[in-house]
Design a protein around this ligand. Structure first.
Ligand code: ME8
Length: 519
């Protein structure tokens, strides 16, 4: 594997980022950091989706222009991702001029080649989904099943995309490529939807929605949401109609779209159809995640339980985002919904990061200083069964990532730490020291430290700052690729001084935790 291109969904900017947005971006950043330990060339795209009726309405309610609101909220997303350590290569905004111009040309091409046509239509429009709904998909009360709102009846002349032409080819692609949609159970959902899907609207009249990209040569129509939003994945690479760019040639179609379950239809069916119409290959993979609930309840403005990720960092007084990243990345098994609660957060990060990983490293280094003045001697470096286990875990973790099992991979890392902790308890280096068996004692400590280098490397995608701190104390080169990892990391000689040892993660303060839990 020499290159890896990952995109996230681009978020609507009618508000500030919430914990669900953060979940997706953290998951994506963890994946990107993991693959940067396996391939030379990784490209990570995120951004904001800035057109549409929702944004137009919210800006009007606030008495500002849509562009002013987009600028304000898009900055909030950027600030939040900075605070969470999300290292994207490019942040695209759909109001970027270059993007808008290419979207116009895409639309024009599809219109000219007959994949887009004009059609009078009356339908049920959900502004939450920014899409017409099929009456069959509504709840018994006639509500949108995702947004629980009554859709508006819209009667307009719009442009439509001829999806019917591509339905069979899409079906075949999904059936022939079982890895296209992960987790696999989601693919059946798409195949069922394909049976009932019609051509879809790709424009709205400018009278009803002004805040959209104008159709070239038809001022009365705005290109609407999905062609605009989905095209970001190629416009961000500098692709233009009939003019593929260098980046596009390099990264397409080795692309992995990380998206939430609510927008799978748009990414598998709409995007698939648009790409086929443009004569471009389909993405390699759609990685579909579930939703994050708060205290086991759906997050919603009505319930008043929407949490901003930066508020969590503030509430816990966290100077680095690692604990939150670690928790979020492990919050749900592949594709399933997950949950955030203050209590779980405190418990999990205290157990895994402070008590297990941090404490193991701290204790071992402290013993090395206490018994050997921080020195590794030649005779400490022996082979150990634990090394086989550790390097075996590297393969297991890689395999989990290849199947998009990020929480499961995290559990394997904790398991390696627990096994190593047990090794320390079983071999009791303090007893060996008391009995004067100094070589054996040094061997136990060196074995643990060699394995901790592997742990440090594996945990880096989740907790980059903690990993860097561990690496410094272990004199380990964190740039080592996973394939080059060994358990031969320690050098003979003075290893560390007492002053250089410090805990990499402090337990979350219980008083603070209890205070936040009560709020
Ligand atoms: O859908 N838990 O934007 P968006 C987990 N602009 N993920 C969640 C979530 C939750 N509670 N709530 C939302 C859009 N998400 C479009 C995307 S892409 C070309 C256009 C996820 O701001 C959601 O599933 O409503 C989506 O993947 C992302 O956040 C942005 O949602």
């Amino acid at each position: 594997m020499d290159k890896y291109y990952l995109t996230t969904a681009i978020d609507y900017v009618n508000g500030a980022p919430h914990i669900g947005h953060a979940y997706e971006k953290i998951l994506s950043d963890v994946i990107v950091k993991h693959y940067s330990q396996r391939c030379e060339d990784v490209y990570f795209l995120t951004g904001t989706d800035e057109h549409g009726i929702k944004i137009q309405k919210t800006a009007a309610e606030r008495g500002i222009t849509p562009k002013e609101m987009c600028d304000e909220n898009s900055s909030k997303f950027k600030e939040a991702w900075k605070a969470l350590g999300i290292d994207y290569n490019k942040f695209i905004r759909t109001t970027d001029e270059e993007h808008e111009a290419v979207v116009q040309r895409i639309f024009d091409k599809l219109l000219k080649q007959g994949d887009i046509y004009k059609h009078s239509y009356e339908g049920l429009y959900c502004s939450g989904c920014e899409s017409f709904l099929n009456p069959k998909d509504l709840t018994e009360d006639g509500l949108c099943p995702i947004h629980h709102k009554k859709p508006e009846i819209v009667s307009e002349e719009n442009y439509f995309f001829k999806l019917s032409k591509y339905k069979d080819a899409l079906k075949k692609h999904i059936q022939d490529n079982p890895e296209f949609i992960l987790p696999k159970f989601r693919a059946n959902e798409v195949l069922n939807q394909l049976d009932n899907i019609d051509d879809f609207s790709v424009s709205r009249s400018s009278a009803s929605v002004e805040w959209g990209i104008p159709v070239l040569g038809d001022e009365e129509q705005r290109i609407y949401v999905w062609i605009d939003a989905l095209s970001n994945y190629i416009t961000a690479l500098g692709w233009d109609v009939d003019k593929p760019s260098e980046k596009f040639e390099k990264y397409w179609p080795v692309v992995h779209h990380v998206i939430g379950k609510d927008i799978l239809k748009f990414h598998s069916i709409y995007w698939g159809g648009i790409l086929m119409a443009l004569g471009l290959p389909l993405p390699k993979q759609l990685l579909v995640h579930g939703f994050i609930n708060i205290n086991q309840e759906k997050m919603s403005k009505t319930l008043g339980n929407v949490i901003a990720p930066v508020d969590i960092l503030k509430a816990w007084d966290l100077q680095i985002p690692d604990a939150f990243r670690y928790y979020m990345a492990s919050a749900a098994m592949i594709g399933k919904d997950g949950n955030y609660s203050d209590e779980d957060f405190k418990e999990k990060v205290n157990a895994d990061l402070a008590n297990s990983t941090g404490n193991l490293l701290n204790r071992t280094l402290s013993m090395l200083v206490k018994y050997f003045d921080g020195e590794i001697k030649e005779e400490f470096l022996i082979s150990s069964d634990l090394y086989k286990t550790a390097l075996g875990k590297v393969k297991i973790v890689e395999n989990h990532f290849d199947n998009y099992e990020i929480a499961e991979a995290g559990n394997e890392i904790t398991d390696l730490v627990n096994i190593t902790n047990k090794y320390v308890t079983d071999n009791a280096p303090w007893t060996l020291a008391k009995e004067g068996k100094m070589t054996e004692c040094g061997q136990v400590l060196a074995t643990v430290l060699n394995v901790m280098c592997v742990v440090c490397s594996l945990i880096y995608p989740y907790c980059p700052n903690i990993a860097k701190d561990m690496a410094r104390q272990l004199s380990f080169d964190l740039n080592t690729k996973l394939d080059d990892l060994t358990c031969d990391n320690l050098k003979v000689g003075k290893f560390i001084t007492k002053e250089e040892i410090h805990p990499v993660f402090l337990r979350l303060d219980s008083e603070l935790a209890d205070k936040t839990a009560k709020k």
